[in-house]
Ligand binder design. Sequence first.
Ligand SMILES: *Cc1c(COP(=O)(O)O)cnc(C)c1O
Length: 336
Amino acid sequence: MIDLRSDTVTTPTPAMRKAMKDAKVGDDVYGDDPTVNELESLAAEKLGFESALFAPSGTQTNLIALLTHCQRGDEYIVGQQAHTYKYEGGGAAVLGSIQPQPIDARADGTLALESIEAAIKPDDSHFARTRLLAIENTFSGRALPMDYLPAARELADSKGLLLHLDGARVFNAAVFHGIDVRKISAQFDSISVCLSKGLCAPVGSVLCGSADFIHEARRWRKMLGGGMRQAGYIAAAGIVALNENVDRLQFDHDHARALFEGLRDIDELHMTDDSVQTNMVFLHCGKRVATELAAYLKSKKITISAGDSIRLVLHKDVDIDDVIKVTGECKKFFSK
Ligand SMILES: *Cc1c(COP(=O)(O)O)cnc(C)c1O
């Protein structure tokens, strides 16, 4: 099967399997797991923060960040289509009594500074207290423009807001821009990074921030049930992810570009803009055709998820021959 549904489907590399087998472990809730401690130090260093926390998922690291930054009755400004608003079960509201204030993103994935400013509530008892701005990078496969980040930081500072990055795929953004990821993360008070996507770890995310922030975040992680015992077995794969699998993201980006180039001549897919930046390609052919295409591809051992649009995600377990096969099968489908 060629699986293009997500980069979450990646299987661990041989180096990860070996690291997991050989991992030294202890009880991480007591702080005794040397491998988890090593991963947390490594993540903090690579992203340029004082401290980091390992958790089972990106949903949990984002939620921990919101719970740590915001109090009951506070509000966070977030993209209408952002993961931290739309795809995390409303966790901040359900579990934290934190109100989201969603606003629409622009085509480049940024939230307009004017829209953010307009959404900030005055200090008035009618309103929730606007406390935090949450940004996502990459957003729908787009790496946010580098000049946007200091501008967002400046606005946040001038309005007394904290700034969180949902950096599930922040390393894809760094690779796209050809920069050290710290150039991105430096603008934020906290950042959540998934190890289990293009970086290929089987499980886990890290949350980075100041030492005080992570101290408090650790309490929330325990409360949410994210305190894992001999978690070094999975943290070991996370260490390999950060040390060995960042540069390889360029292959995924190259494959996404090749897939885009292969499919762009198919009129029915409406791939007019060449917005492919990282590891995702979007097709717009309507839900009915998308469903038929997905069924056809399934019969050719290619898995995609079809909705109103189709998102194809490139990752370690898809090589250039697979890209050529997918392109060929799509052409066959549309020439019928
Ligand atoms: C995948 C993802 C998450 C959450 O990660 P899980 O580990 O699946 O909970 C958060 N934000 C974005 C943008 C993501 O793509």
